[in-house]
Design a protein around this ligand. Structure first.
Ligand SMILES: [Zn+2]
Length: 281
C-alpha cells in the first residue's frame, strides 16, 4: 500500500501498480534500495542463503525508516571460490552485472533517480561498484553504495577481529548476525566438534596482526599471497581462526542497528540535495 506517497509495504513485489505510482508521484525524492547477497556454503551451521537472507532483513528495515522501496533481484551472487563446497550456486560476473544493470535500467525508465546498492557478500563488491559506475553514465541515475559507520566502538572492535582472526566468513561475527536476524535457520549443534580449519601458512598468519608497526604493508602482502579458492584457506569452509560458538548476538544487534540507522541517515541527507543537472532528463 501507498497513501499520499507514504508506503506501508516496502518490497516492490508486494506493491500494486497504483500503489507504486502513488509513491512515485507523491514521495518528493523516491529512493529504491537494491540488495544483493549469495547462495553459498557457510560452514556447517549457517544456511546457504545467509548473505541474501541478511541483506533482505537489512534493506527492508532501512526502507521502512525512509519510505523507500526495496528490491532483492536475485538470490545467488558471484561465488566461484566456494564451488568446491556443495550447495553453492554462482552466477558468472557477466550475469550478476547484467542483473544489476537491467534492474537499474528498468527503474530509470520509470523515473527513479536515486538508487542505493547494498551488498552482503564480499565476492560481489567489485561487480557492484562496476555496475554503479556504468549505470550512472548510461542511465543518468544517481547510484549510491554507502558503507558505514566505521568509527563506532562496535565497528572498530569487529574490524580488529576481522584483521586478527580473519573473521570474514561463517566465524563469530557472521554467526552473531545470523543468530540476530534468522536464529531459526542456524544449527549451532553442528559445531559440537568444532576445530579451526584455517590452512594459511604460519608465516602468512604472522601478518594477521594489526598491532604490528608494518601492518599496512604486511597485510597487503598477506592479500597478495592468499589463495583464490575457499579450499586454499580453510578445510571447513569457515574463514576465521576463532570459534563461532563465541558469537555475541548483542554485538550483532548493536552493529546492525548502527548500520541500518547509518543507511537511513544517508538516504535522508541525500534527499535534501536536489537532483543535479547532469542526472535530469
Ligand atoms: Zn556470508
Amino acid at each position: 500500500m501507498s497513501e499520499n506517497g507514504k508506503l506501508s509495504k516496502f518490497w516492490i513485489q508486494e506493491l500494486t501498480r497504483p500503489a507504486f505510482e502513488d509513491w512515485l508521484e507523491n514521495e518528493a525524492e523516491p529512493v529504491v534500495i537494491v540488495g544483493i547477497g549469495a547462495i553459498e556454503q557457510h560452514g556447517t551451521h549457517l544456511p546457504l542463503g545467509t548473505d541474501s537472507l541478511g541483506v533482505e532483513k537489512f534493506i527492508h528495515d532501512a526502507a521502512s525508516r525512509t519510505n523507500s522501496v526495496c528490491i532483492h533481484p536475485c538470490w545467488p551472487g558471484y561465488s566461484p571460490h566456494h564451488m568446491s563446497f556443495k550447495g553453492s550456486i554462482t552466477f558468472s560476473e557477466d550475469t550478476l552485472l547484467a542483473i544489476l544493470l537491467d534492474t537499474i535500467e528498468s527503474l530509470a525508465e520509470h523515473g527513479i533517480k536515486r538508487i542505493v546498492l547494498i551488498n552482503f557478500h564480499g565476492g560481489n563488491s567489485n561487480i557492484m561498484k562496476l555496475a554503479a559506475q556504468i549505470a550512472k553514465r548510461e542511465f543518468r541515475v544517481m547510484i549510491a553504495t554507502p558503507e558505514g559507520p566505521r568509527n563506532t566502538e562496535t565497528s572498530k572492535k569487529i574490524l580488529e577481529r576481522m584483521q586478527r582472526y580473519l573473521e570474514v566468513h561463517s566465524g563469530p561475527r557472521e554467526t552473531a548476525f545470523a543468530l540476530h536476524y534468522f536464529p531459526e535457520l542456524v544449527e549451532m549443534w553442528r559445531l559440537d566438534d568444532w576445530e579451526n580449519g584455517v590452512v594459511i601458512s604460519e608465516q602468512l598468519q604472522e601478518f594477521m596482526n594489526p598491532d604490528r608497526e608494518d601492518y599496512e604493508l604486511v597485510s597487503q602482502v598477506f592479500s597478495a599471497c592468499l589463495g583464490p579458492n575457499t579450499e586454499d584457506i580453510t578445510t571447513t569452509g569457515q574463514y576465521a581462526t576463532t570459534d563461532p560458538r563465541k558469537a555475541d548476538v548483542k554485538e550483532a544487534e548493536v552493529s546492525m542497528e548502527e548500520a541500518t540507522q547509518f543507511l537511513a541517515d544517508f538516504i535522508n541527507v541525500w534527499k535534501t540535495i536536489p537532483v543535479p543537472l547532469c542526472y535530469r532528463d
